[in-house]
Design a protein around this ligand. Structure first.
Ligand code: NAG
Ligand code: NAG
Length: 328
């Protein structure tokens, strides 16, 4: 047996142990999840590179650029090209998903060329219909753009775009829910509490939230939960999670309220869910950039969400009761 074959076998054995030991999903549910992910990842990658999407992306990026200028102005950020330490900047560029925040040109900023043949922008997250929403899910979250409700933390504009992978078109009028933990790694215990809410997706499929960077909590890599309910919320929801570079998490968690988070830290690389969203040509982490010179100015993070509108999933979400006690 060749060495590479032995290695593959070892990896299969390892991942089987992971499957059997999974705290949230049964083995069957996990297999289904993986299959949906693999199909969706391929489809979303193709959509992001399609000529149909190009026009939408162009206009969306213009809107996003305008939004960033607006955020900088509103937060009093003096942003100049020379203001930043060059070395630390280069270090970030080589190791993270941070985009070129110094450029005034949206084409550099969002890694998108107006006049080039479209190519896949690889930051994406595939949402699949699930029978289980995991812990902390609350229906009837309020409609709001700003989720912060007074929570302390580093400001984050989370800019998402929903794409129907069956048509490669932006999904308009879908209900997009987002929820995540606060700086201490705690979720609000009711539907109207902090760091929860929904918006309707725009004509370009976008839903942008003002929130804070999520804190970590025991047993999971840092993430934001998202559901999308197509057709004005009437269709069954697709669920997914959004992940962040460990680099940006580490920098942010050295500040303010995050410093008092005593929960166990789990890295992306050790997470059970995160790797399922990746493939060799697909990157499940958000792309991001600092809003200004200082971490306290906040970050802009963006990602495409792939949804298969033909896939209805199960009729009713179910929440695992054994997770209920975790609702803090
Ligand atoms: C909902 O949760 C928030 C934060 O956890 C709390 O401040 C608020 O009082 C709660 N509201 C209700 C109705 O329980
Ligand atoms: C979308 O869902 C349908 C129904 O489950 C399935 O037949 C199809 O393969 C899916 N398409 C993609 C791109 O995932």
């Amino acid at each position: 047996m060749r060495a590479s074959a032995i290695l593959k076998l070892a990896l299969v054995a390892l991942s089987t142990i992971g499957v059997l030991g999974h705290p949230y999903l049964s083995e069957r549910e996990l297999q289904e999840y993986k299959l949906n992910q693999a199909r969706g990842i391929e489809a979303l990658g193709n959509c992001l590179a399609s000529p149909e999407m190009h026009e939408h992306q162009k206009r969306m990026i213009e809107e996003r650029t305008a939004a960033l200028q607006h955020i900088r102005k509103a937060r009093g950020v003096e942003f100049t090209l020379e203001s930043r330490d060059k070395l630390s900047w280069l270090k970030w560029l080589s190791s993270t998903h941070e985009k070129h925040g110094h450029s005034k040109d949206p084409q550099d900023l969002f890694n998108f060329k107006w006049n080039e043949a479209p190519k896949a922008n690889t930051a994406g997250c595939v949402l699949t219909p699930q029978s289980i929403y995991g812990p902390f899910w609350k229906d009837s979250q309020p409609e709001r753009q700003d989720l912060r409700a007074g929570e302390e933390g580093v400001y984050m504009r989370l800019a998402m775009q929903v794409i129907d992978v069956t048509t490669c078109m932006p999904m308009q009028g879908a209900r997009v829910d987002a929820w995540h933990a606060n700086a201490m790694g705690t979720y609000s215990g009711n539907a109207t509490g902090f760091l929860r809410g929904f918006q309707w997706s725009s004509g370009h499929g976008t839903a942008d939230f003002d929130t804070i960077f999520p804190g970590h909590y025991t047993d999971r890599a840092t993430h934001v939960h998202v559901t999308v309910r197509p057709e004005g919320g009437k269709r069954y929801a697709h669920e997914g999670m959004i992940y962040f570079d460990e680099g940006v998490r580490g920098w942010i968690e050295r500040n303010g309220a995050y410093k008092n988070n005593k929960q166990e830290l789990k890295l992306n690389q050790d997470d059970d869910f995160a790797p399922m969203s990746a493939s060799d040509r697909f990157d499940p982490l958000v792309q991001w950039q600092w809003v200004g010179r200082y971490i306290s100015d906040g970050i802009l993070a963006w990602i495409a969400l792939g949804v298969n509108a033909s896939d209805m999933g199960v009729p009713q979400p179910r929440k695992r009761t054994f997770d209920d006690h975790l609702d803090r």
